[in-house]
Design a binder for this molecule. Sequence first.
Ligand code: LMR
Length: 400
Amino acid sequence: MSVFNDVVLAPDDPILGLVEKFKQDPREDKINLTIGIYADENGKVPVLNVVKKAQAALFAEEKPHIYLPMHGLQTYNLSVQRLLFQEHHSVIAENRLATVQTLGGTGALKVGADFLSQLFKDKLPTVHVSDPTWDNHKAIFKGAGFTVKAYPYFDEATGGVNFEAMVDYCKTLPKNDILILHACCHNPTGADLNEAQWTALAQLIKEKELIPFLDMAYQGFAKGVEEDAKAIHIMTNAGLPVLIANSFSKSFSLYGERVGALSVVTTSSDEQVRVTSQLKKMVRANYSSPPAFGAAIVGHVLSNPTLRQEWFDELSEMRQRIHAMREKFVALLNQGQTKKDFSFIKAQQGMFSYSGLTKAQAEKLRSEEGLYILDTGRICIAALNEYNITLAAHAIIKVL
Ligand code: LMR
């Protein structure tokens, strides 16, 4: 009799499970529009030129592979801070930002969740995620002991945000409740708040003494690196205790290197030191210290003004290619049928389109057409190219 006798089979992850299924699918013309990975016009995940240059420089150094400290590579952490805020911003000038390198954005959410769980251990606040959200948000915060609820967010009728309902919900929340917000390129819907809405939300959060935790996995994929950090600035300038999880998986095409960071906005340099010490404790208890190579690449690029500019340019190319695919996809979908107007996809930001297709249609696309999208109807526009876009659009038209 095995001790594991009663272990039940875990359900497939709604995103990674489909990636596995896709890999096993023998059909040659299959198309994967599930996971948030950018592929170039030839369907390949790019190695950015700045990454090639940084890799070459790092290899030439032939440094030994020692452990990083618990908080990670300091040059990297400082570069992250300057990317989220600018050099002259008071949180940096006054040394109020506690930043630790993490295992991607997911690691940042996990370290942040553990930190908040320790902080409020006697009376855990509730965590609120958008309806819908990236599925892993719920798992991470539940895993840290929190009760997770959902605030109204997506408005199916308009394809945008139901801001009024979101605000009404937030008005009912008690002090210290935690709001998980997508800083830009909302995953899965692509529907973002505008500047006036962020400002109004920041005021409400302040009045209600809530805690905003901003997830920014797609900086640079909506409007630009600086523009996409607007929400973070608005929240910080309102004097809030902001937590920020950011990731370079997509923006540097460094998915497997797990390069992310958690930053916490504190009120003084002294508080920052204490918060950092706690974040380090959480890192130690989870995985001791982060991996070195990816952060060294990002740190190398961001701390060199020429390479940094080159990265902005490469990122801008990716962003523009996605925009072009978005436009073409809508044109193909709308040309081929009259049942559904897909124009709303054009207003969505980032890598994804929340298409409105149902689970049954997603299943049919998979089984009959070899086209993989998420069961929620989320489509990764960033994986479309001149070769697969027509096939994908025609497959969708068939299942409408
Ligand atoms: C996604 O939403 O597809 C990405 O964030 C990848 C992931 O880990 O789910």
